[in-house]
Write a protein that binds this ligand. Structure first.
Ligand code: DGL
Length: 259
């Protein structure tokens, strides 16, 4: 495997760009191929079998582009497919873990909230992670109903966005949660709406994307796969949806880095 090979990042749609951004910021000399399924999004209400099968196809597409590591920048796909992927392919995978640990260890109130898709919350990964901290904190969970669709449509600043975010988050805040874990990579795009709901309350919103980027860097260093410091990064965007969607993904990524 060449050190100059790209990092592959996959999500059901545009949400994984929140991870793409952190990977790019941390390792500006690394090329990245980002694959947004787009055609089958959202994944969150699909069956485990469908999610695993869609994720496998996406990984095959990334591997055919010669990526040196795969970031499953989707909590839902990670929850339903990461074990199968590790068994099926001879490449390192980095998935999205629900960031229950940092929330549980830092909470002052003893109550934390996690918001994620239906599939991610029903998966074994969330159950096992929560079980580890259940004697330390009370863990509340909520499905981000409509969150993914709103982000896909670029409607994060609409009144509808404020409403769905309040519906999911306010009950957890009212029950005393002082940490809200974002358990879906689309949700950081709703940060503005989430912060408005939180208001003056002392609540920390936890996005695992920076930790995921550090994990990618650590694995590449370990395996001698970091690009040369002067390597000129190239960014490619792919989708299973149409060209118009692919271009929207690319535009959004450019917007994130101020281009
Ligand atoms: N970004 C995906 C996640 O992290 C969204 C899932 C979906 O498509 O419903 O879970």
């Amino acid at each position: 495997m060449k050190r100059s090979a790209p990092i592959g990042i996959f999500d059901s749609g545009m949400g994984g760009l929140s991870v793409w951004l952190r990977v790019r910021q941390l390792m500006p000399n690394e090329s990245i191929v980002y694959l947004a399924d787009g055609k089958n999004c959202p994944y969150g209400d699909r069956t485990p079998h469908e999610i695993a099968s869609l994720t496998k196809s996406a990984v095959e597409e990334l591997l055919s582009r010669g990526v040196k590591i795969v970031v499953v920048a989707c909590n839902t796909a990670t929850a339903m497919a990461i074990d199968m992927l590790r068994e099926s392919f001879d490449v390192e995978f980095v998935g999205m873990e629900p960031a229950v640990k940092p929330a549980a260890l830092s909470s002052q109130s003893g109550v934390i909230g996690i918001v994620a898709t239906h599939a991610a919350l029903s998966g074994e990964l969330f159950r096992a992670t929560s079980a580890k901290y259940a004697d330390r904190v009370k863990i509340l969970s909520a499905v981000g109903e409509g969150f993914v669709e709103i982000v896909e449509q670029g409607e994060e600043h609409s009144p509808e966005a404020s409403k769905v975010v309040a519906d999911a988050i306010e009950p957890m805040l009212s029950s005393g949660a002082d940490r809200i874990v974002l358990g879906c990579t689309h949700y950081p795009f709703l940060m503005g709406a989430i912060e408005s709901v939180v208001g003056e309350r002392k609540v920390e919103i936890i996005d695992p994307a920076p930790a995921v980027a550090r994990r990618v860097e650590w694995l590449l260093e370990r395996d001698g796969l970091r690009a040369e410091p002067d390597h000129k990064a190239d960014y490619e965007f792919l989708s299973f949806a149409d060209e118009e969607y692919r271009q929207r993904v690319e535009q959004r990524a450019k917007h994130l880095v101020g281009e």
